[in-house]
Design a protein around this ligand. Structure first.
Ligand code: NAD
Ligand code: UD1
Length: 325
């Protein structure tokens, strides 16, 4: 049985679908700070399977202990976290509390209940200013904002827990830029506020909820001057987690990049989105966004070698509007 924290969020809900379809029993813990209770029904509708949902917070020690006592959890897949970079700069304590204290709390409850397998959602943001590209897992880590530091802190804790307990297995997955949605259109990325990230913003422009896309900078050292990223389809990404669960048979601490290995600029993504949906996106060039890196993408070979996983979905397919949220 799996405990999926943050399992009603964007990536967590897609993972919950594939986990149920793969035959796992699932307990989802989510405080709904950035998701909607209705996602549970959507996941059950897609899979025709039931999940156990607990509305609550990973910082609630008593609640977590109760979950581990009540359910025979073998593996924790830990998505719960706050992820807005600008908000983390404005409210660092909130971010350290939610992401770091919350994860410590989860690990304490796991230890108290003899659960010793965890998969953690980390981010390419831990690498910081590229010393070389593509980033491989050995690239130095040097986050440039509090959000990135919260991810790196948790990685260090997991490393140290594994060093202290030879039966413990922890896998850190460093995601590049997840995009797209389940083909049913029933779940997807549905942020509660105006999106910070490019793809959900583009979707809102396409739906005429927002008037135009702001392109943050066209003077970077890239093919067309706009920022370059590695956009990975969310279904591919969550398949990588299923492979990682198998890999937890290997004890110790492991890190894998989950990306496509290919960079795409903002203007290339807009063109793919326009072609995929036969629409025109209004856009305006704006100054660079503070704290943005010019370009980065993944070296994805390690996940291929060790997890036997690689991204398969084309960019055009990932851009197809399926969401009916
Ligand atoms: P999301 O906000 O859609 O999902 C996170 C979920 O966790 C939400 O449902 C939220 O309600 C829940 N949550 C947050 N704090 C909680 C707490 N204290 N207790 C219980 N539930 C809590 O975000 P996502 O895009 O699905 O990201 C999932 C994970 O992946 C996060 O840890 C994020 O940092 C990481 N990540 C995301 C991206 C990305 O671009 N989406 C990239 C790299 C890493
Ligand atoms: C952002 C976070 C990063 C986090 C990642 C996934 C920042 C500075 N970085 O990464 O830490 O891990 O999200 O959650 O927020 N862009 C536009 N217009 C927009 C939005 C984005 O032009 O309205 C551009 C950006 O300048 C960038 C690219 O699109 O070049 C991708 O941006 P975004 O989707 O926010 O992801 P990252 O910046 O890679």
């Amino acid at each position: 049985m799996l405990l999926i924290t943050g399992g009603l969020g964007y990536i967590g809900s897609h993972f919950t679908v594939v986990a149920l379809q793969a035959g796992y029993e699932v307990v989802v813990l989510d405080n709904l700070s950035n998701s909607h209770a209705g996602v549970k029904d959507k996941v059950e509708q897609i899979t025709q399977k039931k999940l156990h949902f607990i509305e609550g917070d990973i910082r609630d020690e008593g609640l977590l202990d109760g979950i581990f006592k009540r359910y025979a959890i073998e593996v924790v897949v830990h998505f719960a976290g706050l992820k807005a970079v600008a908000e983390s700069v404005a409210q660092p304590i909130l971010y350290y509390d939610n992401n770091v204290s919350g994860s410590l709390n989860l690990l304490k409850a796991m230890q108290n209940n003899k659960v010793n397998k965890i998969i953690f959602s980390s981010s390419a943001t831990v690498y910081g200013e590229p010393k070389y590209l593509p980033y491989d897992e050995q690239h130095p880590t040097n986050p440039i904002n509090p959000y990135g530091y919260t991810k790196l802190h948790v990685e260090h804790v997991l490393h140290d827990v594994c060093a202290s307990d030879e039966a413990f297995a922890a896998i850190t997955l460093r995601y590049f830029n997840p995009i797209g949605a389940h083909p049913s259109g029933l779940i997807g990325e549905n942020p509660k506020d105006i999106p910070n990230n490019l793809m959900p913003y583009l979707i809102k422009v396409a739906n005429t909820e927002l008037p135009y896309l702001q392109v943050f900078g066209d003077d970077y050292d890239t093919r067309d001057g706009t920022g370059e990223r590695d956009y990975i389809n969310v279904m591919d990404l969550v398949e990588g987690h299923l492979a990682a669960i198998e890999y937890l048979a290997n004890t110790g601490f492991h890190v894998f990049n989950l990306g496509t290995g290919k960079g795409t600029t903002v203007l290339e993504l807009v063109s793919a989105f326009e072609a995929a949906n036969d629409i025109v996106i209004e856009k305006k060039i704006k100054p660079r966004r503070e704290g943005d890196l010019a370009k980065f993408w993944a070296k994805a070979d390690l996940a291929k070698k060790e997890l036997n996983w690689e991204a398969k979905t084309s960019l055009l397919e990932s851009c197809q509007l399926v969401q009916q949220l």
